[in-house]
Design a protein around this ligand. Structure first.
Ligand SMILES: Cc1ncc(COP(=O)(O)O)c(C=O)c1O
Length: 381
């Protein structure tokens, strides 16, 4: 069911991932998958384009998109969402910014680090101070340190920008962990923006618990979700802000149009197709990514035995600690010597040497070649 793109197809389709690198470079950096989109999505898009559906989307909340997302959340996460409280927005990055500007109380933003690199700047863009909640690179398991979270709130932060499942930690937070976060946030009157773009991408049959599915979170949280990452449709520009509080919802829909008016009609069409008709494809994708993760572990054992990788519980983005090989910037070494592009760890954790983020959403053959090239490059001093 998952169709691998050939190199020529991938180069034509994924103009960022494949187009931003020289022809002899294997790309394993930006979070896009080298797979053809799910057939229900392409079919619906073809029908929409043939019908001349290239104008503005329907305005406002709920509608078909709200119904489709609520159905998907019920089936995939056993989570009841009010379809009316699903508000479209252009993408997750914009959704997080809108949440900060429209919903979150004034104050600093706690950001778990390493974290999705563009979001390192989001607090400053919103005119707020960033409080880094840093995971020790030597920690056995990447966890949210609740004592330090509380200390940041005492120090002036009022918002937690949570990413869950986490990129690049690869963690699926348990309900108990999220309850711990909720308790600290409630104690300090803090607000949570929960970026759940990777929610459908859990591996090994793990369950994603939406933050809003945890009791007692409705009054202090918004989720930013999208079909874009799991279904490879980021270029179509449609994400959703989900609330479970009439008051937060009212504030979102009453925000001036200029804050939130640029999601696309084709993005809505593709998202509805993904949410309504994508379950079987998604099952196949998760099985493929789980196999890719297992293959990566075998490849690391063979070619990069000194690499450290925490268990990858979700996403197709592996976080590799290559400090044992002695390069400050192994991504630069890999590109120069190995002609393979992985993402530098310091983009996600400023100042952190020796780490890379590697995208495994490709064919087994390409993943094998990626690791072989990476190993050949960094194994030399
Ligand atoms: C955690 C996280 N949030 C947001 C994004 C970006 O989403 P968008 O393209 O919808 O802005 C990504 C992209 O990989 C991501 O990993």
């Amino acid at each position: 069911m998952i169709r691998d793109l050939s190199d020529a197809e991938a180069r034509a389709a994924l103009v960022c991932k494949w187009g931003e690198v020289d022809a002899d470079v294997l790309p394993a950096w930006v979070a896009e998958m080298d797979y053809a989109p799910a057939p229900p999505i392409t079919e619906r898009l073809q029908r929409a384009v043939a019908a001349g559906m290239t104008g503005y989307p329907r305005l406002g909340r709920g509608g078909e998109l709200g119904r489709a997302y609520a159905g998907f959340a019920a089936r995939q996460f056993d989570h009841e969402v009010d379809p009316e409280q699903v508000v479209p927005t252009v993408d997750v990055t914009a959704g997080v910014r809108i949440a900060l500007e429209v919903l979150a109380p004034p104050g600093g933003v706690v950001f778990p680090v390493p974290g999705y690199s563009p979001q390192l700047e989001i607090a400053a863009i919103a005119g707020r101070r960033r409080h880094d909640l840093v995971v020790d690179p030597d920690a056995e398991r990447a966890e949210l340190d609740l004592d330090r979270l509380g200390a940041h709130f005492r120090d002036g932060a009022r918002v937690l920008l949570l990413t869950q499942p986490h990129n690049p930690w690869g963690r699926v937070f348990t309900r108990a962990e999220l309850e711990g976060v909720r308790d600290v946030c409630r104690r300090h009157g803090a607000f949570v923006v929960s970026d759940e773009i990777h929610a459908p991408l859990t591996l090994d049959g793990r369950e994603h618990v939406p933050y809003l599915a945890v009791d007692g979170t409705a009054d202090h949280a918004v989720a930013v979700v999208a079909a874009s990452k799991a279904f490879n449709i980021a270029g179509l520009k449609c994400a959703q802000l989900v609330t479970a509080s009439p008051d937060l919802h009212r504030r979102l829909v009453e925000a001036p149009m200029a804050r939130n008016d640029s999601w696309s009609v084709l993005g809505v069409e593709a998202s509805v197709a993904a949410y309504d008709e994508g379950d079987a494809w998604l099952d196949a994708l998760r099985a493929r990514l789980t196999a890719q993760r297992d293959l990566l572990l075998d490849l690391l054992a063979e070619h990069l035995p000194a690499a450290r990788m925490r268990p990858l519980e979700a996403t197709y983005l592996a976080w590799l600690d290559l400090r044992a090989y002695g390069h400050d910037d192994p991504a630069a070494v890999a590109l120069e010597r190995g002609r393979v592009r992985v993402a530098p760890g310091h983009d996600y954790h400023p100042g952190l040497p020796g780490h890379v983020r590697l995208n495994i959403a490709t064919s087994p053959e390409r993943l094998t070649e990626v690791v072989r090239r990476l190993a050949g490059a960094v194994s030399r001093p």
